[in-house]
Design a protein around this ligand. Structure first.
Ligand SMILES: [Zn+2]
Length: 216
């Protein structure tokens, strides 16, 4: 805790002091363009990997970057999605999985969480991944299996997201775009699902333009 409190002190004297105008503007409200749904994993930092500033990303994080089906009962995720879409008017939703995801490892090895009733219950929202993996990627093992399950989970959760009434309505009005990403922790590479390739392709691989789009 000492380290975190030291960080709070340094933050006020450095970042807060240097970005005084930004934080003053943010004090009056937020208008993020993007909702990002990512894993709770301590190694995944949506703002860091996108180099987004405070106010740019509205973020939901939970174990396994899961979007429980809307009809499974309204919880925190559904409420946050509704607020982001209907009140903040986000134009993009990014569903971001990641390499080495403990939730995906647990999903593939149910015996590892048999003693954790809340985790077992939560991961039911990702169970469709297992049957899809069985159908489309039988024979994969180890890291390849984990990678495939992680990608399929992104697509399963995007499908749950599309069925959320606020998202469905925004999609109908063409007011929102959905994106499926997987972040690779050791390389920093983020791959995005493209329907034309029916797979994930790097957005920031070695040949990609390092500058990215100009900041607004
Ligand atoms: Zn994870």
């Amino acid at each position: 805790m000492e380290k975190l409190i030291g960080g709070l002190r340094r933050f006020v004297h450095t970042v807060q002091a240097e970005e005084r105008e930004l934080f003053a503007n943010l004090a009056s409200g937020q208008s993020p363009e993007t909702l990002m749904i990512a894993c709770s994993d301590s190694r995944v930092d949506p703002n860091l990997i996108t180099m987004a500033k405070p106010g740019e990303l509205f973020v939901i994080r939970n174990a396994g970057n899961v979007v429980p089906p809307y009809d499974s009962g309204v919880g925190g995720e559904a409420a946050a999605v509704e607020f982001a879409v209907n009140v903040l008017g986000v134009e993009h939703i990014v569903l971001c999985g990641h390499s080495g995801c403990g939730a995906m490892i647990s999903l593939l090895q149910p015996e590892t969480h048999a003693h954790l009733p809340a985790v077992t219950h939560w991961l039911q929202h990702a169970e469709p991944v297992l049957s899809i993996v069985e159908r489309t990627a039988a024979g994969l093992t180890g890291d390849a299996l984990l990678e495939k399950a992680t990608e399929i989970n992104v697509l399963v959760q995007l499908s749950n997201l599309r069925a959320h009434p606020a998202v469905a309505s925004a999609l109908e009005r063409k007011a929102i775009e959905l994106h499926g990403w997987v972040y690779d922790i050791p390389s920093g590479i983020v791959s995005a699902y493209t329907s034309s390739a029916e797979g994930f392709e790097p957005l920031n691989g070695p040949t990609a333009d390092s500058s990215g789009p100009a900041p607004k």
